[in-house]
Every structure is written in structure tokens, then in C-alpha cells.
Design a protein around this ligand. Structure first.
Ligand SMILES: [Zn+2]
Length: 308
């Protein structure tokens, strides 16, 4: 059987499957259930996403994980002067959000350094009130969180490989298993209108994103989002490396050596089985756990409680 015939048959099989029956790939692999059980055998996920009755406790947990995400970004060298920001939607007042102060190295940030803002640009008094906020950061994150009630966190930096790949204004190819998490989950904002100080630029970025959680900002960098800051941060580290892989593969391609692109069906199956909030949370705890073991000074609230 030729390769073309196989593809045609598998596509027609999928199209004929009634909606109440679980779709399967042409290999017979079923897309049955999402969740961390797909990657964690025997005892389930070592890192279930915590649930909170008290939104104030949830806020502290989110802020500590946000600061931890910065430590991971710092270790990976994502900083570029004062550029780069992470935001989280406040669980107490979801119409407000927290963002990092301008001009502090990612590797020095702690949970109690974060600034609480409303969507109109006012600083709220229950966060850090002495720092300033990156104007472009406010513009991007306020517009994005407003436009996307389905996400609770967003990450954006000027990391090198994302910035380099963004110059092409093209989505990532499905080149490897990890990259499949971006299958139908990426968008390109091609309308770079200069530094995003104007709120309108933030709105344009949010509009271009659609429902995607991974956005390439052409001639600028990367933006990722998630239901938790952990998910958004993991997706960011993965997207940066996926840009690096794509640049390496593109540069190595020649007449005698062509890239093999993963077929849609396989990419869709991999994304379905590996990409969900629980699995993304689990993935990020690997890097976060390392930061906690090395230096947990970013966990301001936990450390203050333990000191009592
Ligand atoms: Zn930027």
C-alpha cells in the first residue's frame, strides 16, 4: 500500500467515526481521555494542581509560583534589560492582575515584589507599591487577560531564539514530539506596530491570538498563556526551545537532507494526549522544584509563615 493511499484511508476512517465513538489514529491509537494519567503510571501525577477554598491563600500560591517562573526564566537567560513580564489574574478580584516590577532581574524577584494593577492602569495598595510597571507590559497583559477569560496567566520575554524565529512571521512546523503541543495552539501576530506602549497594540495582539495559548509576535518575541502560571511558563520554555530546534533544523536542511514534518493526525493525537492543564502543571514542577531546592527565597509567604 502506498503512503498516499494510507493517508487517504485514515482520513476517511476518522471522518466516518460517529461522534459518540472515541476517534483513533490510523495506527489505532485512541484519543480517549486527557489528563496527567497519560504520562504518570502507577501512582498518578506526583503534582496534582492544588485546590483552594480561600482565594487569598490561592493568591499567595499563585504569586509564589509566578516568582518561581521568573527564577526559571532567569536561569535560562530569558532576560533582556528591563524587558519581559509575567502576569497572573487575581483570584480575589479577577478583574485585576499582578505583574513584575520594572527593572528587577528575573533571578532576584520574590513573590512579595509583584505589583497589583487594575485594568485601567491604577496600582492597588495590597501589593508592592514602590516599584514601577513596564508600560508595554501593562498594555499587553491587561488587554490579553481582558480578552481571554479562559486563561489566568501570560508570559512574555525577549528570549533569543523566540526573537530570532519571530523575524520570519511564520508558525512553528511540527518537527518533533514536544513541538506537537503547539498543534493548532499557536498564532502569529504579524502587525508589529512598534513598542507596545499603546493599549491598542495589546488589543491587536490579543485579537491575533484567537484561542491559541502560544503566540509569535513577529519582529518582537514570544507570548504564552495558560490556566495556571505554571502552564504558561512551561509552554514558554518549551516554545523558546522549539524555536531553537526549528532554527537549527532549518539551517541544517539541504538538498540531500529534508525535514520530515509530523502528519496532522499524529500531531493532533500527541497534543490531545499530552496537553491539558494538569499535565502542563506537572511539566513545570520539574524546573520549579529545582529552583526551590537551590534557593527558595522567592517564596515570601511560605517563608514568613515558617519563620514564625
Ligand atoms: Zn516585548
Amino acid at each position: 500500500m502506498s503512503e498516499t493511499t494510507e493517508t487517504t484511508e485514515s482520513e476517511s476512517t476518522i471522518q466516518k467515526v460517529p461522534s459518540h465513538i472515541v476517534p483513533a489514529t490510523s495506527y489505532g491509537y485512541k484519543m480517549e481521555k486527557q489528563g496527567a494519567q497519560n504520562i504518570a503510571l502507577v501512582n498518578g501525577t506526583p503534582y496534582p494542581v492544588p485546590k483552594f477554598d480561600d482565594p487569598y491563600k490561592k493568591r499567595e500560591w499563585m504569586l509564589e509560583h509566578m516568582a518561581g517562573a521568573f527564577r526559571v526564566f532567569g536561569r535560562r537567560g530569558f532576560g533582556e534589560g528591563s524587558a519581559g513580564h509575567i502576569s497572573i489574574r487575581d483570584p480575589v478580584d479577577p478583574n485585576t492582575f499582578w505583574i513584575n516590577p520594572l527593572g528587577v532581574h528575573f533571578s532576584l524577584l520574590t513573590a512579595s515584589d509583584m505589583i497589583h494593577m487594575d485594568m485601567d492602569g491604577h496600582m492597588l495598595r495590597d501589593g508592592n507599591t514602590t516599584g514601577s510597571v513596564n508600560a508595554a507590559g501593562f498594555s499587553i497583559h491587561s488587554a490579553f487577560l481582558k480578552a481571554r477569560p479562559d486563561v489566568n496567566a501570560a508570559c512574555h520575554t525577549h528570549s533569543v531564539f523566540g526573537k530570532a524565529y519571530s523575524a520570519f512571521g511564520k508558525p512553528l512546523d511540527m518537527l518533533n514530539q514536544d513541538g506537537c503541543l503547539f498543534y493548532k495552539n499557536q498564532a502569529v501576530y504579524t502587525g508589529f506596530g512598534g513598542v507596545a506602549i499603546e493599549k491598542e497594540e495589546g488589543r491587536r495582539i490579543a485579537k491575533a491570538a484567537g484561542k491559541a495559548n502560544a503566540i509569535i509576535l513577529q519582529n518582537h518575541g514570544l507570548l504564552t498563556a495558560g490556566t495556571t502560571v505554571d502552564e504558561a511558563a512551561y509552554l514558554y520554555t518549551l516554545m523558546e526551545r522549539t524555536c531553537q530546534c526549528q532554527l537549527l533544523a532549518d539551517a541544517a536542511e539541504s538538498d540531500g537532507r529534508k525535514k520530515v514534518i509530523i502528519p496532522d493526525e499524529t500531531a493532533e493525537y500527541t497534543k490531545f494526549m499530552d496537553y491539558d492543564p494538569e499535565s502542563m502543571y506537572l511539566e513545570f514542577q520539574v524546573d520549579l522544584g529545582y529552583e526551590i531546592a537551590k534557593d527558595n527565597s522567592f517564596m515570601s509567604f511560605t517563608n514568613a509563615k515558617n519563620a514564625k
